[in-house]
Design a protein around this ligand. Structure first.
Ligand code: RFL
Ligand code: PHB
Length: 391
């Protein structure tokens, strides 16, 4: 069976859904193809911190009501260094704040808005394949309920994440890959217990990095650095809570409320950029084109800034007939991507134990953290990047 749309979107993560909603608002037709079920997509526990730019885009997409009611505005973060906490005052240093609102909730809001708008999403779309994007008549081929189907379209948006088919469909000689894989992962635990502190605490500790985050006043998200080869089955809840306690400062240990996990998983850490982000009529956005280690809370926010540039480009194309935005999409997005890559790599290097950190490396980390704790200029640099560089 053959169908037609203006923009075929592969992937119904935050990038694909946000793009679909912004295009829908502008009267541009889309079909989203998603490999998994809706429940599977909503079951993934990932990012939790939204930059103001991301919040504005969600508003622009008409999906911000619940986020503004339930999201928590954070004006700063804390760094725990040798058991002493230092606050980075985002609001005071940059005039900006961030919003703590789970990716799962944002995804649900975008999915609900898409259903309300009657815009089509095909879940469990198998063997999805973007074809012919070098020419003028691209097609996306897939299998639904055992039936082969085609979508004819003007453009394809590859929003299918790091393991997606869009980037993989590009010939090796047309793409350059820049990558660093870190020798550790993050073991994350979600529990219905009140957060240990009103703001996030990023911990540098000799036993490894830890992060105290949250989803609400009653739901906490904690992470500890673990070996890349660790398996989550080796980490019963008690072992997790005990290890976390060993890395926290005394005051945090006294206030920490533990409880049964409702989710526990290990995420590998990687920096990755594919260049360019456009191949004829195929445009990559979000994790399909780049990955950052989660230390700077940038993954989801970068997906949003790509989508901002891409939606604007499609809207200009259809409204005004100008293709400037489409032509500039890749360099424009990559300029912001690389700055977030640098920041995420820097935060990761500053806060984690590496196998080769050694006593010298440890002293250098502590000197840099001491400098941060005492220098308004250094704090401003961190704050400006964390709250998000301008689009
Ligand atoms: P997503 O969210 O991966 O969505 C891609 C969607 O495409 C679908 N898909 C396909 N559909 C059809 N055909 C195919 N062949 C397909 N292949 C894949 C997938 O099922 C999925 O639904 O990418 P998107 O939209 O670019 O969004 C990016 C964000 O999800 C990502 O940057 C962040 O979640 C990264 N990230 C984190 N970022 C943070 O800022 N803070 C975090 O704490 C944080 N934790 C994480 C993370 C990413 C993780 N991953 C990717 C494993 C924890 C994990 C475990
Ligand atoms: C989270 O809440 O999941 C989270 C927050 C900040 C990060 C990474 C993850 O840097």
């Amino acid at each position: 069976m053959s169908q037609r749309t203006q923009v075929a979107i592969i992937g119904s993560g935050p990038a694909g859904l946000l793009l679909g909603q912004l295009l829908h608002k502008a009267g541009i037709d889309t079909i989203i193809l998603e490999r998994h079920t809706r429940d599977h997509v909503l079951g993934r526990i990932r990012a939790g911190v939204l930059e103001q730019g991301t919040v504005s885009l969600i508003d622009e997409a008409g999906c911000g009501d619940r986020m503004h009611r339930q999201g928590l505005i954070h004006h700063g973060i804390e760094l725990s260094i040798r058991g002493v906490r230092h606050r980075i005052d985002f609001k005071g240093l940059t005039g900006k704040s961030v919003m703590v609102y789970g990716q799962t909730e944002m995804t649900r809001d975008l999915m609900d808005a898409r259903s309300m708008a009657g815009a089509p999403t095909v879940y469990e779309a198998l063997n999805v394949m973007p074809i012919g994007y070098d020419g003028t008549r691209p097609i996306v081929r897939y299998v639904e309920d055992g039936e082969p189907k085609d979508i004819a379209c003007d453009f394809i948006a590859g929003c299918d994440g790091f393991h997606g088919i869009s980037r993989q469909s590009v010939p090796d000689n047309a793409i350059s890959i820049f990558e660093r894989v870190y020798p550790f992962g993050w073991l994350g635990l979600l529990a219905d217990v009140p957060p240990v502190s009103p703001e996030l605490i990023y911990v540098n500790h000799e036993r490894g990095f830890a992060l105290c985050s949250m989803r609400s006043h009653t739901r906490s998200r904690y992470y500890i650095q673990c070996d890349a080869s660790e398996h989550v089955d080796n980490w019963p809840d008690d072992r997790f809570w005990n290890e976390l306690r060993r890395r926290l400062d005394k005051q945090a240990v006294a206030r920490l409320v533990s409880g049964p996990s409702i989710e526990k998983s290990i995420a590998p850490l990687r920096s990755f950029v594919a260049e360019p982000m456009r191949f004829g009529r195929l445009f990559l956005a979000g994790d399909a084109a780049h990955i950052v280690p989660p230390t700077g809370a940038k993954g989801l926010n970068l997906a949003a800034s790509d989508v901002h540039y891409l939606a604007e480009a499609f809207i200009d194309h259809y409204r005004g007939g100008s293709d400037k935005g489409l032509d500039h999409y890749s360099p424009r997005a990559l300029a912001r991507v690389w700055k977030a890559e640098r920041f995420s790599w820097w935060m990761t290097s500053l806060l984690h134990r590496f196998p080769d950190t050694g006593p010298f490396g440890q002293r250098i980390q502590l000197a840099e953290l001491d400098y941060l704790a005492g220098s308004r200029a250094a704090q401003t640099t961190l704050a400006e990047n964390y709250v998000g560089l301008p689009y």
